[in-house]
Design a protein. Structure first.
Length: 186
């Protein structure tokens, strides 16, 4: 009896394996909100192996402007001058919220982090849904202008900084999903 059951399982296992075909690596895809809605092509299968968020940095006016006094220990962040002073915009630097950044599979939001790798059969639609964040600076901070930053992206430190221009407007905020595409070989 035991031998007969074993043969039955072996026979069924062979039928299942031959019905599924095999998978052949085709390519790796990187999907973001800029990718739009994608559809898994016929005779392909996608395995979403990982996702991470690429939430951007955004700025807003934090408080009244401060006076920048430049010295050897605190040089002007744009020019390196070690003397003089000027009024400097006080900004708050924050990470874009990422809680609403999700994969949308056939119209249903999916939290891939909770469910692990996802396999998508041919015909499945995939999109990235995000909540954009916006620099709320008024007016824009021009290029090569120093500003004082309260940085809440990490430890909440303050410092003088000189980066490129910071424009009011939408900041990129997306999911970055890594997908392996396989060909289905009958």
């Amino acid at each position: 009896m035991k031998k007969a059951i074993s043969l039955l399982f072996l026979g069924l296992g062979g039928m299942v394996a031959s019905a599924q075909g095999s998978l052949q690596f085709n390519q790796v895809l990187i999907v973001t909100s800029a990718s739009g809605q994608l559809t898994v092509p016929a005779n392909k299968v996608w395995k979403i192996t990982s996702q991470g968020t690429s939430g951007g940095i955004w700025y807003d006016n934090y408080s009244s402007d401060v006076n920048g006094n430049w010295s050897i220990t605190n040089p002007h962040p744009c020019t390196g001058a070690t003397s003089g002073s000027n009024t400097v915009r006080y900004l708050r630097k924050r990470l874009c919220p990422t809680a609403n950044n999700v994969l949308v599979i056939n119209g249903t939001k999916s939290n891939m982090v909770a469910s692990g790798p996802l396999w998508l059969p041919a015909g499945t639609t995939l999109a990235v849904s995000t909540t954009p964040c916006v620099n709320t600076l008024s007016p824009n901070v021009s290029s090569n202008t120093p500003y004082y930053v309260y940085d809440v992206t990490g430890s909440g430190v303050t410092y003088f900084e000189c980066a490129g221009a910071i424009n009011a407007g939408v900041v990129p905020n997306s999911i970055l999903a890594s997908i392996i595409e396989f060909n289905i070989i009958p």
